[in-house]
Design a protein around this ligand. Structure first.
Ligand code: SF4
Ligand code: SF4
Ligand code: SF4
Length: 322
């Protein structure tokens, strides 16, 4: 066997692998007709009608505080709560939407990422992104309970039900899972329908992004006619003085973007949002995974090169003997 031939064949394959591994996968684009919600923290009055409606639509039990009360007092997402309203307070906590001595509300539920990390890491495709609506759905029948999705989500959204002997993940599915199907039936999400102020607004991602961008240009103090319900065909409007919005639409770009957008007058780090760049978790992890798989394939490539050279040398020997 000629050692030079072996090395040439093996290293040729290696070079091809390294060349292709340098190609990083980019962020996915929003789905064709992506639907979502716009949460405007400055319009939220903390009434939690959206939390109650979410529980009603999704048939979920209340989370009482202590043994005495039976009403829902959920403080965070859990297998029994897909949507929760949290409050930020500072100092005296007396002025709404102010960072100092103020308070502000924040809605936490699945952000329906444009390029979802949970979908990317699930080994059995139990989580999927709908190609048309962009809704990130969950299939309990396919789920093996490995909980990998919990590590792939930048917002700590998927919740595992440890009390269920079969294990199951719970997260908002935009009120469109089997048995609910509000979106497929032309309805809006439960939380947007219940919200009395339009703080949770429903619509296409495109229309909601335009609405959020419009609000960024409004002059603080001027009166704006805020829509309620579906931004494309509002149930009603209400007039309100424009607050001093932070010039930041959360979800326009964060981690590849989300179909649920947030705007606020208080910085998002105060509202508990994680520090995120523009690149999606999915694009980073898939690029690393593919590179790793390719490097792990090196011994196989070396073996293929070795086999090829041995066969060729054998053929040469056979021809030489005849
Ligand atoms: S879209 Fe539906 S499931 Fe999601 S938070 Fe709103 S009401 Fe709950
Ligand atoms: S917020 Fe988390 S659970 Fe929801 S789509 Fe994004 S990665 Fe998945
Ligand atoms: S229903 Fe609307 S105003 Fe009430 S807590 Fe939910 S988002 Fe805020």
């Amino acid at each position: 066997m000629k050692r030079r031939d072996f090395l040439k064949a093996s290293l040729g394959g290696t070079a091809a692998l390294l060349g292709s591994s340098a190609e990083a996968r980019g962020n996915l684009e929003p789905a064709e007709e992506a639907i979502g919600m716009l949460f405007d923290s400055t319009l939220c009055i903390g009434c939690k009608a959206c939390v109650s409606k979410c529980k009603e639509v999704n048939d979920m039990p209340p989370v009482p505080m202590g043994d005495e009360t039976q009403y829902d007092a959920a403080l965070d997402l859990s297998p029994k709560t897909l949507n929760v309203i949290k409050v930020y307070t500072a100092g005296e906590g007396t002025h709404k939407d102010q960072t100092e001595d103020g308070f502000a509300f924040e809605k936490r539920s699945c952000m329906h990422c444009v390029d979802p990390g949970c979908v990317s890491v699930c080994p059995v495709t139990a989580l999927t992104r709908h190609p048309k609506t962009g809704i990130v759905a969950y299939n309990a029948d396919a789920c093996i309970g490995c909980r990998t999705c919990m590590t792939g989500c930048p917002y700590n959204v998927p919740q595992f039900d440890y009390d269920n002997p079969f294990g199951e993940i719970h997260k908002c599915q935009m009120c469109n899972q089997a048995g609910v199907e509000r979106i497929d039936n032309g309805m809006m999400t439960g939380c947007a329908e219940a919200c009395p102020t339009g703080a949770t607004l429903f619509g296409t991602r495109k229309a909601l992004l335009e609405e959020a961008q419009r609000r960024m240009t409004l002059k603080p103090g001027e009166i704006y006619n805020y829509p309620r319900g579906d931004v494309r065909n509002p149930d009603s409007h209400h007039e309100k003085a424009v607050p001093e919005y932070k010039q930041h639409i959360w979800g326009e770009k964060e981690a590849g973007g989300t179909n649920v957008l947030h705007i606020s007058a208080v910085p998002f780090d105060k509202l508990g949002m994680p520090p995120l760049g523009e690149r999606s978790y999915a694009s980073i992890s898939e690029t690393v995974q593919h590179t790793l798989y390719q490097y792990l394939a090196l011994p196989a490539i070396a073996l293929a090169g070795l086999t090829y050279v041995v066969r060729r040398n054998n053929n040469d020997d056979d021809e030489g003997e005849s």
